[in-house]
Write a protein that binds this ligand. Structure first.
Ligand code: PGA
Ligand code: ZN
Length: 433
């Protein structure tokens, strides 16, 4: 059993250039885990706040004040680490330390323990209490137990991730749903992203090639024409939507929602929807563009409206993000009401790793498909590639291009290699959608 002998925190910057916290954890057998917290731009109201008042400096102070308590803890048990973190900050939502410190501390500890055990992080996590409850699964070999999630990548950005003139909708996403291997799925997403640039340049010779926060192109187009361009890029490559590739949309509808007027305001496109019209608007796009994936098609408190969309499209991943905020209790509520059949897992929405693993377990209990996701402000780390595999996620939402996005995809390519030189630990194929 390893024990933590040193913990150190520092201020570093994320992909948006915003300050965040990074934590190093070192064990008595001299393995170091390191994690830096990501951050969102379109943040759910029920998400854990990233930092307490005082920002990164206040979180670092808490870390330094509690270094003695963290030293000696066992990083090999995510539940035990969670208890240590909860001793420091027992209130829901980590108001004292901030979700970013809970994130960085718990993931750095897990990485140090996985290294100490000589295991890839996904296997270490898959054996942890909230995930390992299916006893038959835990006795299976890694080859039998784990699958690759389909990479889901932002090819065209708008909303809170891009500037004026871009679509109101936050993200148009590509997923190579026909791929048999993770290598092919990654390559296919890259091809579509690249082809789309040419399509956009034909539509607007002045298109500069500018990108949004997650590496998707940021053209001056409305929602409809942006989706048409994405579909055209797929078609140019000889793909049929719904066969080799499928499109998805993150509507991030809370960005448009004006609660005081009960209207969705699409000010870039110049129209408004009442809640009923929004359901029709989203449903029409899902049908016409054969979307496989529709995230936050209504605002974050519209559980019943989401249920209507879910009932209409049983074969689409009708996904909660701001709706479910990686909160197990909220997910149970969404499941009871039939609001979604899929949910985003972002560790920092919940705070720590243990909270996120509990959320994953709640998803499995309720037949909700998981989509492990990056944030728009990211580190160059790749823990989420492992978290996606360990949690049995169907998709891994990590972008297509940009160093901080490609880092996650490249990690999947490394994981696809045998770790011990035998077939025993080779992950066989893709998740079943
Ligand atoms: P965020 O965006 O990281 O800015 O919240 C991602 C998303 O909404 O899925
Ligand atoms: Zn989202």
């Amino acid at each position: 059993m390893p024990a933590i002998t040193a913990v150190r925190g520092r201020l570093v910057y994320n992909s948006r250039g915003s300050p965040t916290i990074e934590v190093d954890i070192t064990t008595d057998d001299r393995h170091t885990g390191r994690a830096a917290a990501p951050s969102g731009a379109s943040v759910g109201i029920h998400e854990t706040a990233s930092f307490p008042e005082g920002g990164v400096a206040a979180s670092l102070q808490i870390l330094n004040d509690n270094a003695g308590r963290i030293s000696g803890a066992d990083p090999g048990d995510v539940g035990a680490m969670h208890k240590v973190i909860r001793e420091i900050d027992p209130e829901p939502g980590y108001p004292k330390m901030g979700g970013s410190l809970a994130f960085a501390l718990s993931i750095a500890a897990a990485e140090s323990a996985a290294k100490s055990a000589g295991k890839p992080l996904y296997r270490f996590l898959g054996e942890q209490a909230p995930l390992a409850s299916a006893s038959s699964a835990s006795s299976a070999s890694p080859a039998e137990r784990y699958r690759f999630p389909f990479p889901l990548g932002n090819i065209l950005g708008g909303g809170a991730h891009a500037g004026p003139g871009t679509p109101d909708m936050q993200e148009i996403l590509i997923c190579a749903t026909g791929s048999d291997t993770v290598q092919d799925a990654i390559r296919t997403n890259l091809e579509v992203h690249s082809e789309l640039r040419g399509v956009l340049q034909k539509l607007d010779p002045g298109f500069s090639g500018g990108k949004g926060d997650e590496g998707g192109w940021a053209p001056k187009l409305d929602n409809e024409r942006a989706l048409q361009a994405a579909a055209k890029a797929c078609e140019n490559l000889g793909f049929t939507l719904g066969r080799e590739v499928s499109l998805g949309v993150d509507f991030a509808s809370s960005t448009q929602w004006d609660a005081s007027r009960s209207r969705y305001v699409y000010d870039r496109a110049g129209f408004e929807n009442d809640p009923g019209e929004q359901i029709e608007f989203a449903s029409d796009l899902i049908s016409r563009f054969k979307l496989i994936y529709a995230e936050d098609a209504v605002h974050e408190e519209a559980f019943e409206d989401m249920a209507q969309i879910r009932a209409r499209f049983p074969d689409v991943l009708v996904t909660g993000d701001d709706l479910t905020v990686t909160n197990a209790a909220i997910l149970e509520k969404a499941a009871r009401g039939g609001s979604c059949n899929a949910a985003i897992l972002k560790v920092n929405q919940a705070g720590g790793l243990y909270d996120a693993l509990e959320f994953a377990a709640a998803g499995a209990r309720n037949g909700i498909r998981l989509v492990t996701s990056h944030r728009s402000g990211e580190s160059t780390e790749s823990h989420i590639s492992h978290i996606g595999i360990a949690t049995g996620s169907k998709m891994l939402k990590v972008g297509v291009v940009g160093g901080e996005r490609v880092a996650k995809l490249n990690e999947l390519l490394r994981i696809a290699e045998s770790q011990d030189g035998t077939e025993h630990d080779l992950i066989q194929g893709m998740a079943e959608l």
